[in-house]
Design a protein around this ligand. Structure first.
Ligand code: 5GP
Length: 178
């Protein structure tokens, strides 16, 4: 019988500490200028919430949603936008906030579309990055943690909509030995 196990990888305290550090970097880069923070749903919802609390007052928040992995552990390779931006980003500073960058396909696609809308700046923050999985190279401005090419859940990240509410990041392991 296959059993699913959670192997803790990054603690809630480590996430909180790193989030504060990233916010310091973002504030340093944008100063008092207005910043539109765009979370990519659903996985980024906790990271956006915690990051925004450290960003000061000149922040607007929006969300977009792309096609998800569903209950699978690998991408379909096709990016669809289910919900686009509500705000006009022309001439604005925009920070896209992701939960995790795996192949880079999703963000490459979003960046290409949004660059055509002529933002003043378009930057990327991600809580997690799997550099070894990258097939679409891109510049990532703010990275929380680099992790190996493993499937992880928790702190917003799901598997079939489960585990998003875990306060920490864990590797999801299918243990076929049980
Ligand atoms: P990419 O387009 O970079 O391959 O994938 C980005 C999206 O894939 C993420 O926003 C996330 O929804 C999903 N994803 C990639 N790796 C993982 C993972 O290890 N765990 C979970 N839960 N989702 C992942």
């Amino acid at each position: 019988m296959t059993q699913t196990m959670l192997k803790p990888l990054i603690t809630a305290d480590e996430i909180a500490e790193r989030t504060k550090e990233i916010a310091v970097d973002i504030r340093r880069d944008f100063g008092d200028e207005e910043l539109i923070v765009v979370g990519v749903l659903k996985g980024s919802f906790l990271f956006v919430a915690d990051l925004c609390r450290h960003l000061g007052i000149n922040v607007k928040v929006d969300f977009v949603q792309t096609s998800s992995y569903g209950a699978e552990k690998s991408s379909s390779g096709i990016v669809q936008i289910r919900k686009d931006l509500d705000v006009n980003i022309e001439g604005k500073n925009v920070l896209i906030v992701e939960d995790i960058i795996d192949t880079g396909l999703t963000l490459t696609h979003l960046m290409q579309i949004w660059q055509t809308r002529k933002p003043k700046a378009l930057r990327v923050a991600t809580l997690l990055s799997k550099p070894a999985a990258r097939t679409h190279e891109m510049n990532v401005d703010y990275v929380g943690f680099e992790i190996p090419k493993k499937f992880v859940v928790g702190y917003g990240l799901d598997h079939g909509e489960r585990y998003r509410n875990l306060p920490y990041i864990a590797e999801l392991i299918d243990d076929a030995s049980n």
